[in-house]
Design a protein around this ligand. Sequence first.
Ligand SMILES: [Zn+2]
Length: 196
Amino acid sequence: MIIVRDDDVLWGRRNHKFDPLTEVERFKQVHEWLCQSNQILHVPALLVTSLQMYPDGIKYIRERTELGLMRPELHGWDHSDYSIMPMEQMRQHMELSLAWFYRVGLPRPSKLYATFGNVSEHMKEISNEYGLETVGLDKKKTSLMRICKEKRDLTMFENGKEEIFCHWWQCRDFPLKLVRRLETGSWEQAPTTDTQ
Ligand SMILES: [Zn+2]
């Protein structure tokens, strides 16, 4: 299984000028593209405070999760840099976030995807207290956009050990390119034009 980690879910940084879809529509499109391959698992990394503005988005994430089609994890209560946050404050953010997952009916997350990819020792320690594994980020190695553009070999992602990284709002039709690559075994069959 290839895991595609999708950060900052529904955080409003989409370029409205060039993107006719609403935030929820864009996120759904990315998810539904990824679902076209049964070799991919979509893992949205949730920012709780920004997601609260999108009840439709939360409902969608819950439904898709119940169907086993995505596995939401935690990115943060907000987009704070947890690697430098005082420990008590970070504990508060973790507690609020886990309570929210429970309240909206999502399974308890098992990972904290570090904001900005920044990881520190005390951050790992606190994540552990809450049963969360801290995951950093190596954009050069794992960016979906780079992988598609450079037509890279996917072996390192195949057992789900390394995860592919994207942002739902900037990944254009790269998820679809990845799906076609897995379907056909070749990057040459992947679509060449962006759909937006
Ligand atoms: Zn982020």
